[in-house]
Design a protein around this ligand. Structure first.
Ligand code: KIV
Length: 285
C-alpha cells in the first residue's frame, strides 16, 4: 500500500482502516487483522512509554519504534500495510530545514513511507508544502491535536461556527499543500461529513462520526489494554482485565506448586548425602 492508494480507496468508496502499532508484536497483530495503514502514532509516548502527554517522545524514539514495527511485518513488501510515523513535538516546528531533516530521517531509517504532523496554522501548512516538495508524503491531523494539549486540552474541538470555519480552511490549505490524507480527531460528525465531501483527499476520523472515508484507532484502546480509554474509543474487549486475571492465575499456580526438596550440593565442605542403595529395577511385564 502506498500513500496515493488511499485516494483510490476513497474514490471507490472502500473504507480505510488505520490502526496504531508501536513494536513488532503489535505490528504483526495489526497487519494480520488487515488494516490498510499502520500508524506509529506519538500516542506511544503515553501508551507504552508511560508519559503523561505525547510531548516528551523524541524523534529517535519514534524511529526506534518504527523500525521495530517494520520487523513485525510478515507479508511481502508489496502487500504490506502503509506505515506512517508521527513527527514528534518540536521536530517540525523550529524551521523548514529541520522539518525536512526530521521527516527525511524517518523515511531513511525506517519502513515508514509517510509522516503525520499536527495542525493547520500557516506555519504548519508551509512545512507540509516543503516536505511534499522534498518527496515526503504527509498525512495531516486537525481537531483534537494532542501536541497542543497545553493550549487546547483533550476537549472536543470546532464546536461553534467560527472554529468550524477555521478548521475547514485549515483542511483546504493542507490539501492544497499536498497532504495525501487528513486525520480529524474529536470534532462534530457533521463537520467531518461535510469536509469529507469537500476534500478530494481521504478524511480519516477518530471521534468524528461514521461519515468519514476511514477510521483510525489507538490499538491499545481498542483492545482495552490502557487503564482509561477516551470517550470516543470504547474498547472491543477488556484486554487489561483478561490479561491480569490470566497472569494472576499463573502467579498463584507458581505459589502453590510444590517443587521437589533441594538436595544440598556435594563438594568440599559439603559431604555428599548418604546414598540409599538403588532398588532393584521393576520389570515392565
Ligand atoms: O498518536 C496517535 O496515535 C494518533 C491517532 C490518535 C490518530 O495521532
Amino acid at each position: 500500500m502506498r500513500p496515493g492508494d488511499l485516494l483510490s480507496h476513497k474514490q471507490a468508496g472502500r473504507p480505510i482502516a488505520v490502526l496504531t502499532a508501536w513494536d513488532a508484536l503489535s505490528a504483526a497483530l495489526v497487519e494480520e487483522a488487515g488494516a490498510e495503514v499502520i500508524l506509529v502514532g506519538d500516542s506511544l509516548a503515553m501508551v507504552v512509554l508511560g508519559h503523561a502527554t505525547t510531548l516528551p517522545v523524541s524523534l529517535e524514539e519514534m524511529i526506534l519504534h518504527t523500525q521495530a514495527v517494520g520487523r513485525g511485518l510478515r507479508r511481502p513488501p508489496a502487500s504490506q500495510p502503509l506505515v506512517v510515523t508521527d513527527l514528534p513535538f518540536l521536530s517540525y516546528q523550529c524551521g523548514l530545514d529541520d522539518a525536512v531533516a526530521a521527516a527525511g530521517q524517518v523515511l531513511k531509517a525506517t519502513p515508514a513511507a509517510a509522516v503525520k504532523l499536527e495542525g493547520g496554522e500557516p506555519e504548519t501548512v508551509a512545512v507540509v508544502d516543503r516536505l511534499v516538495r522534498s518527496g515526503i508524503p504527509v498525512m495531516g491531523h486537525l481537531g483534537l491535536t494532542p501536541q497542543s494539549v497545553h493550549r487546547l486540552g483533550y476537549r472536543r474541538q470546532a464546536n461553534d461556527p467560527i472554529s468550524q470555519e477555521r478548521l475547514r480552511r485549515a483542511a483546504l490549505d493542507l490539501e492544497a499543500a499536498g497532504c495525501f490524507s487528513l486525520v480529524l480527531e474529536h470534532v462534530p460528525a457533521e463537520l467531518a461529513g461535510s469536509l469529507r465531501r469537500e476534500l478530494t483527499i481521504p478524511v480519516i476520523g477518530i471521534g468524528a462520526g461514521d461519515d468519514c472515508d476511514g477510521q483510525v484507532r489507538v490499538t491499545a484502546d481498542l483492545l482495552g489494554l490502557t487503564e482509561r480509554q477516551p470517550p470516543f474509543c470504547p474498547p472491543l474487549l477488556n484486554g487489561r482485565q483478561l490479561s491480569i486475571t490470566a497472569l494472576r492465575g499463573w502467579v498463584e499456580g507458581v505459589g502453590q506448586a510444590k517443587p521437589p526438596a533441594l538436595t544440598p550440593p556435594a563438594g568440599p565442605g559439603h559431604p555428599a548425602p548418604p546414598t540409599t542403595p538403588a532398588a532393584p529395577a521393576t520389570p515392565h511385564c
